[in-house]
Ligand binder design. Structure first.
Ligand SMILES: [Ca+2]
Ligand SMILES: [Ca+2]
Length: 308
């Protein structure tokens, strides 16, 4: 899954042989991510020559019928297997009103029978989200040459359009970058403030690099969120993720429910964040790792000390 420029994509690659289980799995995944524009990648699907009026091989005809046709988010199918570069455009009437709503580009790319196994030609796709286009061509780093097939630019957006021996193509795709719906029940956003709780110098305990900041006058049964900013003598600055805790009611024991919002390096924090007791005092321990290279300085592990 890829998101870029406001457009969410899902790219599904399957191995050579596909049976019912694989078809069911693809349909499940494509349905689950129906809000993502889908590109399917197979070993074989579109041939480079027609048979019985279509470029699709037998496998392609089955997968088109049982997967591509059923999932309105699919707009392209890419494959190899047959030496050449071909395409066949098909359209689908997804809402059943008798008019086609969706264009699917079925494209085979395979330069394997070229010199030295294809002369390193690679098919490129260039996404122009603002103008609803994908441009395609091929390039060989070895030959420093664009396009294995030096033919004119093909526009594929008409039903039944097809050709073989073509590398330069333009695809019309209706990207939906303007509106997005978030299917979540709720979300949280943190705002970093400049309200400073205090300074601690890690050199106070140079052996371990441990720094302790004690907060007083916390209210009971109240949510708090905080972050740490760590600097070193080289003027490097690192900001931690946001951590949360809730103070207990007087004389009650609660879980702190520590949350590390974005610093995944602090994998120990889950273990270290335990529980606190009492209502009006909590201690926050900052462990600063000293003696690391500049890139490593600033890693912070935090625990909340259990009050006696
Ligand atoms: Ca329709
Ligand atoms: Ca060329």
């Amino acid at each position: 899954m890829i998101s870029e420029g406001g457009q969410d994509f899902i790219i599904v690659y399957m191995s050579w042989n596909i049976y019912q289980d694989e078809i069911d799995w693809m349909n499940q995944v494509l349905s689950q991510y129906s809000d993502r524009k889908a590109i399917l990648c197979f070993h074989t699907y579109t041939n480079v020559k027609q048979s019985s009026g279509t470029y699709l091989d037998y496998y392609g005809q089955l997968v088109q019928k049982y997967v591509v046709e059923k999932n309105p988010n699919v707009f392209a199918v890419l494959n190899g297997h047959y030496h050449g570069s071909s395409y066949e455009t098909v359209m689908f009437d997804d809402d059943g009103d008798g008019r086609n709503d969706r264009t699917v580009y079925q494209i085979c790319t395979d330069y394997q029978s070229g010199f030295e196994g294809g002369n390193e030609y690679i098919k490129f796709l260039y996404f122009d989200l603002d103008n609803n286009k994908i441009y395609m061509n091929s390039y060989s780093p070895c030959m420093d040459d664009f396009n294995y097939y030096d033919t004119e630019l093909h526009t594929l957006n008409t039903e039944g359009a097809s050709a073989t021996g073509v590398d330069q193509m333009v695809l019309d795709v209706n990207f939906n970058t303007k509106e997005q719906t978030i299917l979540e029940k709720s979300f949280s956003a943190y705002v970093y403030t400049n309200e400073k709780l205090g300074n601690v110098n890690a050199e106070a305990d140079g052996a371990t690099g441990k720094a302790v900041l004690e907060l007083t006058n916390l209210k009971e049964n109240t949510d708090y969120a905080w972050y740490a900013v760590v600097t070193n003598t080289a003027s490097d600055i690192e900001k931690s993720g946001v951590y949360e805790f809730t103070t207990a009611k007087k004389n009650e024991r609660v879980n702190t429910g520590g949350s590390d919002s974005d610093n995944q390096e602090n994998t120990n924090s889950d273990k270290l964040i335990g529980s606190i007791e009492t209502g009006d005092r909590a201690k926050i321990w900052l462990f600063v790792l000293l003696g690391l290279s500049a890139s490593g300085i600033g890693a912070v592990t935090v625990i909340k000390k259990k009050e006696a």
